[in-house]
Design a protein around this ligand. Structure first.
Ligand code: ADP
Length: 248
């Protein structure tokens, strides 16, 4: 339900580890179809923020809503994934010994809760989705290649494709272009711009030129809360952001 114009809403979220406040009154508002970049120095709380959204970490205080009606704090991590929140960690985790096609097919099976089986055949709707995802991630020519033989960038796109097989409403991506060539980075920007609109994307990234290509709105995290928000140009010219990054 996105009637109130938001897919994700957090208010005053805090969490401490051994008395250290990793997230401190964090408030975020992500619109349906938005492509939001999150930046911030090491230790700012970016990973912990994603852990909270995906249910891996439960906050000590605050509100986390998916759409306007789903209170995410009432759900456990696997249920949150089922609700339509997909997460991609930094390193690719595809099945290297299996083909591109089978990797995507396996992503379907887990969605349906069907135990991996050699007798599984996707129905026609699932086959259509698989073909569409293959086109979206630009691997339609590589269906029979082993995932282990793909380039680093292609592995990352395949894993994004595996998430897309579950048709998530919100995708969380941790440094998706780290280690990519310039060309792969450019193609990833195209991919994200294609996904935007149909999905909301929350992207943690350090590559400023990549952010410049893809993002209308950037959130700067610092010491567990939002330090600044706006276009990349706005936040880069923000005195507080400059201080944090240059340590002045
Ligand atoms: P970022 O991803 O922005 O680098 P993190 O979310 O990983 O930041 O970490 C924020 C702060 O919380 C860091 O100081 C980190 O050491 C601390 N932290 C994160 N997770 C834990 C944990 N499970 N136990 C103790 N400290 C943690």
């Amino acid at each position: 339900d996105t009637t109130h114009g938001r897919i994700l809403y957090t208010e005053d979220v805090s969490v401490s580890f051994d008395g250290f406040r990793a997230i401190n009154k964090l408030s975020l508002d992500i619109a349906p179809g938005e492509l939001r970049c999150i930046i911030g120095p090491n230790g700012a709380g970016k990973t912990t923020m994603m852990d909270i959204i995906t249910g891996k970490t439960k906050p000590d205080a605050g509100t986390v809503f998916f759409g306007s009606t789903i209170d995410l704090l009432r759900y456990k991590e696997p249920q949150i994934a089922q609700l339509g929140i997909g997460r991609k960690f930094q390193k690719p985790t595809v099945f290297e010994q299996l083909t591109v096609y089978v990797n995507l097919e396996l992503a379907l099976k887990t969605d349906k809760g069907v135990k991996a089986s050699m007798f599984f055949r996707p129905d026609s709707e699932q086959s259509d989705r698989l073909a569409e995802v293959l086109r979206t991630i630009q691997l339609a020519d590589s269906v029979d290649r082993l995932a282990g033989n793909l380039s680093h960038g292609q592995k990352q796109w395949l894993e994004i494709g595996m998430l897309l097989m579950q048709d998530p409403k919100l995708l969380l991506l941790d440094e998706p272009v780290a280690g990519m060539t310039d060309e792969e980075t450019a193609r990833t920007a195209e991919l994200f711009l294609t996904l935007k609109g149909q999905h909301s994307l929350l992207v943690v990234e350090h590559d400023m030129s990549f952010i410049k290509t893809i993002s209308e709105k950037v959130t700067v995290l610092h010491e567990g809360s939002v330090l600044a928000e706006g276009t990349l140009e706005q936040v880069q010219n923000d005195e507080r952001v400059i201080e944090v990054y240059l340590g002045r």
